[in-house]
Design a protein around this ligand. Structure first.
Ligand code: ZN
Length: 71
């Protein structure tokens, strides 16, 4: 009985991590990978809060840039 509960707990954690790891990576797919490029230093304005942030720290949604806090 206890062994079953442990197995179910491990499966639960595995599924949780699977979904927890997938959702953020989907959002970052549209962005640029963390790399030091010349274009990575371009500053863009967040469409929501108006803060200027490095383009590599933004998320592009429907052609608009959003900072990490607003994305
Ligand atoms: Zn913002």
């Amino acid at each position: 009985m206890i062994l079953k509960l442990i197995v179910f707990a491990i499966i639960g954690i595995f599924i949780y991590k699977l979904f927890g790891g997938q959702l953020p990576s989907l959002g970052k797919k549209a962005g640029t990978p963390k790399r030091k490029d010349a274009e990575g230093d371009t500053m863009v304005e967040c469409s929501k809060c108006g803060t200027y942030v490095s383009v590599e720290e933004t998320t592009l949604i429907n052609g608009k840039y959003y900072c990490d806090e607003c994305a």
